[in-house]
Design a protein around this ligand. Structure first.
Ligand code: FE
Length: 252
C-alpha cells in the first residue's frame, strides 16, 4: 500500500467536501494541544460553577452563562432541565459508549467484523444509537494505517457514542488543517507518526458519522473487556491519539 495521505469525503449528505485543498495561511498558529483539549463549553461552564478557582472563564463560557441567565430570568428554560441535559451528554451519551464498542471489538473478532461491515447495526447491538448516529462507519487503525475524523464544514460528530464534540473539533484551524496537514496536526496533539504510516482523513457529513477503531495497545492482552473500555479515550476514537495501557490508572 502506498504511504501517504488520503482524504475520504463522505459519499452522501449535504456536507460533501471538495477533493482538493490548498494551504491557507490564515490558519497558521493552530492552537497548542493544551488549548485543543478544552472541553465542551457547557460542561466547562458547569465546572466553573462547581469550583471557586481563580482562573477567569473564557469569553465563550461567560456568554453561555449570560445567555442561560437571561433565559432562566425570562422563564423560558428550567435550570434543572439544563442540568439534566448536560448530565445526559456527560454520563449517558458520552464517549464511554464508544469505548465499550471498541473494547467489544477488541475481544470479539466476530463483533469487530460486524462493526467494520455495518457499524450502525453493530453499535445498536450494545444499545447505542439515535440522532446523529443513524449512519455510522467504523474505520480501523493498523500498524501502517491511521484514520482521522473531521467535519470540514461544521462539526458533524457521532453524538450517541462520543457525546458532545470538543471545542477544538469545531474550530476552523482543526477543520481545515486536518485535511491540509494531518500529520502536522497529529504531531501537535503529541502523536508522531512515521512517514510509512498512511493517514486517511474521513470527512463527516450531515448523514455519515465515523468512529476510529484504535489499535489494541501492547500490554493489554490479559485485560478484561471492562478494563479495556477504560483505556479507550475520546481522542483515540476521533483519531488524534493512540490508546495506551499507561492511560489507565498509571499502569505501565
Ligand atoms: Fe458537519
Amino acid at each position: 500500500m502506498t504511504a501517504g495521505i488520503s482524504l475520504v469525503p463522505g459519499k452522501t449528505g449535504a456536507h460533501r467536501a471538495p477533493l482538493q485543498y490548498e494551504p491557507d495561511s490564515r490558519f497558521n498558529g493552530f492552537a497548542a494541544p493544551s488549548a485543543l483539549s478544552e472541553g465542551n463549553t457547557a460542561v466547562e461552564y458547569r465546572r466553573m460553577e462547581d469550583h471557586n478557582h481563580q482562573t477567569p472563564p473564557s469569553d465563550l463560557t461567560l456568554r453561555v452563562k449570560a445567555l442561560e441567565s437571561l433565559l432562566v430570568e425570562k422563564g423560558l428554560v428550567d435550570p434543572a432541565a439544563l442540568d439534566a441535559l448536560v448530565d445526559t451528554y456527560e454520563h449517558k451519551i458520552g464517549p464511554r459508549n464508544g469505548a465499550r464498542v471498541i473494547a467489544r471489538a477488541w475481544v470479539d473478532p466476530a463483533y469487530k467484523r460486524r462493526l467494520l461491515h455495518e457499524a450502525t447495526a453493530a453499535i445498536a447491538e450494545l444499545g447505542y444509537g439515535g440522532l446523529q448516529g443513524e449512519h455510522m462507519v467504523a474505520v480501523e487503525n493498523g500498524p501502517n494505517v491511521h484514520n482521522l475524523i473531521v467535519c470540514t464544514l461544521c462539526s458533524c460528530y457521532p453524538l450517541p457514542i462520543l457525546g458532545l464534540p470538543p471545542v477544538w473539533y469545531k474550530s476552523a484551524p482543526y477543520r481545515s488543517r486536518a485535511v491540509i496537514d494531518p500529520r502536522g496536526v497529529l504531531a501537535e496533539f503529541g502523536l508522531q507518526l512515521s512517514d510509512d504510516v498512511e493517514i486517511r482523513v474521513w470527512d463527516s457529513t450531515a448523514e455519515v458519522r465515523y468512529i476510529v477503531v484504535p489499535e489494541r495497545p501492547a500490554g493489554s492482552e490479559n485485560m478484561s473487556e471492562e478494563d479495556l473500555a477504560a483505556l479507550v479515550t475520546r481522542d483515540s476514537m476521533v483519531g488524534v491519539a493512540k490508546v495506551k495501557v499507561a492511560q489507565a490508572g498509571g499502569k505501565a
